[in-house]
Design a protein around this ligand. Sequence first.
Ligand code: NAP
Length: 316
Amino acid sequence: MEYKNVGRSGLQVSVAGLGCNNFGMRCDKDQSAAVVHKALELGINLFDTADIYGGGGKSEEFLGAALGDRRQNVAIATKFVGPMGEGPLNKGASRRYVMRAVEASLRRLGTDWIDLYQVHFPDPATPIEETQRALDDLVRQGKVRYIGCSNFAGWQVVEAQWTARTHQLTPFISAQNEYSLLDRRVERELVPACNAYGLGVLPYFPLASGFLSGKYRPGEPPPQGTRLALWGARGQALLSERNFAVLEKLTAFAQARERGVLDVAIGWLAGQAHVASVIAGATSPEQVDQNARAAQWRMTAEELAEVDKLTKKGEG
Ligand code: NAP
């Protein structure tokens, strides 16, 4: 397994990470543990979750239980902002809420510290300086090691890093945003901002929710039990003519190299200098195994450029 620094921080994470949003939803406690144990076996050391995943904090609970005493060998990334209860005081990025949210996450994860604590999405009701001061306090208290943002626009990253510099607060080291060969919008504004301000990118939906695994066929209903079958209309939207056209081109590229399309989807992201770790989600140990192998494919500069060309048009 290859390890990369997250942005300009000293935190080294596996280029294949594990997204844990299936835990508590698609995966029960035992299935979640099987997925986590396979990831550990493969050298994966970054586990991404959030307080809201799985409903009522189940993803954090299942992850913490599965890691057990191996927790000290991995980096846990979690998030806050999404609603964990009724009313305005049980969500968001205010100092009041952050201080409570971190305690609840620590308890569910069964740990004394969070390696990467991420603002799940911008909270328009809270000034960013208030959030950053609260997060800086958590770093100083030792409850949190590093902080990151998620779903921020490029200008919001710049605003946050300037606020940190101006007030000598802990800066963000990562930006987690939607990013895949089907959706490259982050490359316009966010990636340049991350490069300039030292943040590593953690792409979410790297497989476009499984579409880029190649298991969906044009004109056929999604296979039973898959995410897109369970998502109904939302899943159907991904099964578009444009997406199948891109998939066909990527499949031909992969086959010419005796690879699968999933290898291209993950391998290409892993080959981008600004990407720290590809945190694909998985519902079985077999999927984790495939995804970890794909992240270790080092494409040549020519291959990266060819995939770039195949997917650049009509981005987003
Ligand atoms: P994803 O990685 O694009 O897709 C994951 C899904 O693809 C799996 O649940 C599985 O679905 C299918 N899959 C994975 N590996 C496969 C394989 N080898 N072969 C066939 N199918 C495979 O999407 P994601 O898991 O939602 O996103 C990754 C992580 O990003 C999440 O787990 C979460 O930690 C994070 N995330 C963050 C945000 C945010 O707002 N910050 C939003 C979304 C996600 P099935 O087996 O069910 O078909």
